[in-house]
Design a protein. Structure first.
Length: 420
């Protein structure tokens, strides 16, 4: 009995000594700490300043902390002292991003280094404990697949141009960081392009996150409407992650007069979807020639699980049939680095993709694929719409409706979009 008691005491001592986040969070008075990793060390610098000012229209109060790590660059904006290093702020009402208002000046840091992000999260949680945390990653995004570098690599978000635009934070990096935290953010949001993917959602789910917010398509450079988001959260500090995620989606959609996509995903409901995707992938591989009904039934089952996991998806007219989650589905070349993703390892989706490219050209699966909504990266398609196209496929009444070029048209009117 004494031995068990000593083990218990040692365990508690370890928690006390090595997990300060644990003890601090128990005593937290604030309802929320919103951690914003604002990587404006690139051509989005002016927009980063604007979003900082939007947050400051409400600012922090006794219930809500807005904690920002902001990195800037030369050339794009000379406002507020034209500083170009990295600083940390606790944003108060009407604050402006000057050197004098910064809590810390970190010098030039690489925001594309995962350790920089990890250090920020730990500092923010320790310095501003709360009952709930949200992490927002603000910058360019590429989904799961890196587009800037030539070698295939799984990179997704946050480039730091001062340190060279080849560095960015992969979803593997983000998952590792989040898994290591004794207390998890309940919501992770991507104020960036092309991040509303099932691959990313599954990574976050595996790391213990409850809600993801992200766009299937590109985002305008202005990004999220932080003034509207912060104002309503101040009035409803008791919101849970699902409520905050839903509000972000609603206000984002209402803030733009052109076609956009934005979704909030309940990651706690993702496991049935993943299981259904495995069955769907197997059905596609084994029944594509003579088992149309089996494929349609598995597509219908997957549709219901997508519906169950999506808290809210808001889409403009050009994307009216989008269901909230995109997925990697190339029509020709398959990037073998995809095999490293959690989704590929835990489902048969990657095996279906290779079979599709090798064997299914001109099949009814291929014809359905050609009808599906794709996005700025034409290898990313809407999973929900693909299932709907399969479910409704009729060989006697087939007519192509969508192409990557048609959907991309609606987004070229912005001079800057976040995946450039």
């Amino acid at each position: 009995m004494r031995y068990c008691h000593e083990k218990t005491m040692n365990l508690l001592l370890c928690i006390f000594l090595f997990s300060p986040l644990f003890s601090i969070n128990v005593q937290a008075a604030a309802k929320w700490t919103i951690m914003i990793y604002l990587d404006a060390d690139n051509n989005l610098e002016s927009d980063g300043i604007d979003d900082f000012l939007e947050i400051a229209t409400t600012g922090s109060d006794e219930n809500i902390n807005y904690v920002v790590q902001m990195d800037r660059i030369n050339d794009y904006s000379d406002k507020y002292g034209d500083w170009t290093d990295c600083k940390r702020f606790h944003i108060e009402k009407n604050m402006v991003p000057t050197e004098q208002n910064a809590l810390e000046s970190l010098g030039e840091v690489n925001m594309g280094d995962p350790e920089t992000l990890s250090d920020f999260i730990q500092w923010a949680m320790t310095s501003y404990p709360a009952q709930q945390y949200a992490l927002i990653l603000w910058d360019h995004g590429d989904g799961w697949q890196r587009k800037r570098g030539k070698p295939p690599a799984i990179k997704s978000i946050c480039w730091d141009d001062t340190n060279g635009n080849e560095d960015s934070i992969s979803m593997f990096d983000l998952k590792r960081i989040l898994e290591s935290l004794p207390i998890k953010p309940v919501l992770v949001g991507f104020d960036a392009c092309l991040m509303g993917m099932l691959e990313n959602a599954y990574m976050l789910k595996q790391a213990g996150i409850s809600v993801m917010v992200g766009s299937e398509e590109t985002e305008p450079a202005a990004g999220w409407p932080y003034d509207l988001i912060s104002k309503e959260l101040a009035s409803n500090p008791g919101w849970q992650a699902t409520q905050l995620g839903k509000w972000i989606v609603e206000q984002y959609y209402l803030s733009y007069d052109m076609d956009q996509t934005q979704s909030a995903i309940d990651l706690t409901k993702l496991s049935p979807l993943i299981n259904s995707l495995t069955l769907f992938s197997t059905s596609l591989r084994t029944s594509w020639q003579e088992g149309m009904d089996a494929v349609k039934n598995s597509a219908q089952a997957l549709l219901s699980h997508i519906d169950n996991a999506v808290i809210l998806s808001k889409n403009g007219n050009a994307f009216r049939e989008a269901g909230g989650l995109s997925i990697y589905f190339p029509s020709s070349y398959y990037d073998s680095s995809y095999d490293q993703t959690d989704l590929a390892k835990d489902t048969k989706w990657n095996e279906f993709l290779t079979d599709f490219i090798d064997f299914m050209s001109s099949s009814w699966i291929d014809l359905s694929r050609k009808q599906v909504l794709s996005f700025d990266n034409p290898d990313f398609i809407d999973l929900y719409h693909f299932c709907k196209c399969l479910e409704s496929y009729d060989p006697d009444h087939f007519r192509p409706r969508y192409s990557a070029d048609e959907t991309a048209y609606f987004f070229v009117r912005y001079s800057v979009i976040r995946n450039i």
